[in-house]
Design a protein around this ligand. Sequence first.
Ligand code: NAD
Length: 314
Amino acid sequence: MTILITGGAGFIGSHLADRLLTAGHRVVCLDNFDDFYARDIKEEHIREQLLHSNYQLAAGDIRDSELLSRLFKDHRFEVVYHIAARVGVRPSLLHPQLYEDVNIKGTLNLLECVKEFPVKHFVFASSSSVYGINSKIPFSESDPIELPISPYAASKRACELFCYTYHHLYKIPTSCLRFFTVYGPRQRPEMAIHRFTRAIDQGEPVTLFGDGTTRRDYTYVGDIVEALVTLADQSFGFEIFNIGNSQVVELRQLVALIEKCLNKKANIIWKPEQPGDVPVTYSDISKAQKMFGYQPATNIEDGIKKFVEWYTGH
Ligand code: NAD
């Protein structure tokens, strides 16, 4: 198949591209190398992919509708993985317009393209943040979720709504995947596991917000990629799926696991909880299990070990 990955030079998108190339697909990566983190990190993610005859890089912006039209016309994509986004919960409080522009306008541009050039499956990377402060755990796709607590979360929810609207109007087979904190090799440098590992390794203080009891459902990137790949062959109308590990880990426990793998002690500084942060994320994954056999295979102990091995070896 010929497949478009937006955000294909990023953490999750580049792992997906590796996997699709190995499976023999043609991959077009559309990425503008935004300034959220260093460009050379993203260039390193795709260094080997650029040598592959089935890989093409389109360096550009999802907000550029003319570029998108050209790409869709030239390639006639069968599957679109729309992974690109302005990421980060806390920074979205500082630049809400940017999140609206990239995430909502960019998604709408892509939906306009698949309206004109239909695909077998449009897959949108959504986020567990859409659940906001959900008092019911684990979070299920049928929970009411109309109260996002950050501009990032609100933008992701808005994208899900547009995905539904375009499916309803133009019958585009569409899945929105709500990822629960993704980690593993190449994880974004500002994300907690990467930041804590770097600080502990370098003997720098580790700043923790709250009282250490906040809990997250951490999902290994290999499991996310398996879900994305399996999904491409399924024909659903419109569905939303939680893609998590369905296990919660306390912040303190996470730091202890990293300490153990690095064999170094953390020097912890405690700070108050941050606005926009949620106390817990916890996925109910039974819908994805039932509908396409999703089964996370990497537990947090093994996943942190793999991450630390990658961190110390690169
Ligand atoms: P990432 O920043 O590593 O990847 C995003 C990529 O999108 C980057 O390479 C960036 O350059 C690109 N991009 C940004 N704006 C763009 C634009 N206007 N045009 C073209 N490309 C653009 O982030 P990631 O962690 O790999 O996240 C990938 C997706 O998964 C995002 O949509 C994110 O919201 C979602 N998600 C991630 C997590 C997680 O824990 N990492 C959790 C939930 C949801």
